[in-house]
Design a protein around this ligand. Sequence first.
Ligand SMILES: O=P(O)(O)OC[C@H]1O[C@H](OP(=O)(O)OP(=O)(O)O)[C@H](O)[C@@H]1O
Ligand SMILES: O=c1cc[nH]c(=O)[nH]1
Ligand SMILES: [Mg+2]
Length: 208
Amino acid sequence: MAVHEISHPLVRHKLGLLREKNISTKDFRDLASEVGMLLAYEATRNLPTEKVTIDTWSGPTTVDRIKGKKITIVPILRAGLGMMDGVLKALPNAKVSVVGLYRDEQTLQPVTYFKKLVKDIDQRQALILDPMLATGGTLVATIDMLKQAGCRDIIGIFLVAAPEGIDRLRASHPEVDIYVAAVDERLNADGYILPGLGDAGDKIFGTK
Ligand SMILES: O=P(O)(O)OC[C@H]1O[C@H](OP(=O)(O)OP(=O)(O)O)[C@H](O)[C@@H]1O
Ligand SMILES: O=c1cc[nH]c(=O)[nH]1
Ligand SMILES: [Mg+2]
């Protein structure tokens, strides 16, 4: 399993802005979407391409086209929706498979309440979107669902990941690679990432 911590200056700068204590809902939303687009750009860096010859204004020319598996993005409700617009800017043709899970505040266990996957998910690469990878329970449950539907090619992008969640992912689904803006220090006693971003869903939806 590979953890790609994207060190591009734009990503680091925008992540720094996301960490500001008094950030507005609008700014958090805009930045989550922008970093989502940049992470999607990195996560698709190795997509295979093929040469095709096309007609252009100056005659036939050979150009590159992406080939191979199509992609479905998988935003995890709610907070994953905050990255979706940005990711769709990079992948405008991607189909969207939505899953809804929340983390029980007491037990920190994921609770699934929604699932609507594209029909041909077994033929696609799934790109999971969630701002936060904390204990890893939500991500592992999501991957379980995708595998049950026949999907075998899965990667994920996150704004911030905790080492504890990465260890959990490695133990359960070691073939799933992830792309993150930062691997932070640790979880606090309530399962929040430190230094982290706070509750990403509340910040995106303004529900604090
Ligand atoms: O790695 P875990 O410990 O499972 O925690 C991470 C999950 O917690 C947050 O969602 P939350 O439960 O707050 O739901 P929300 O998106 O509706 O706010 C976050 O967006 C992840 O989905
Ligand atoms: O730090 C965290 C952990 C889980 N969910 C969040 O939104 N933030
Ligand atoms: Mg939340």
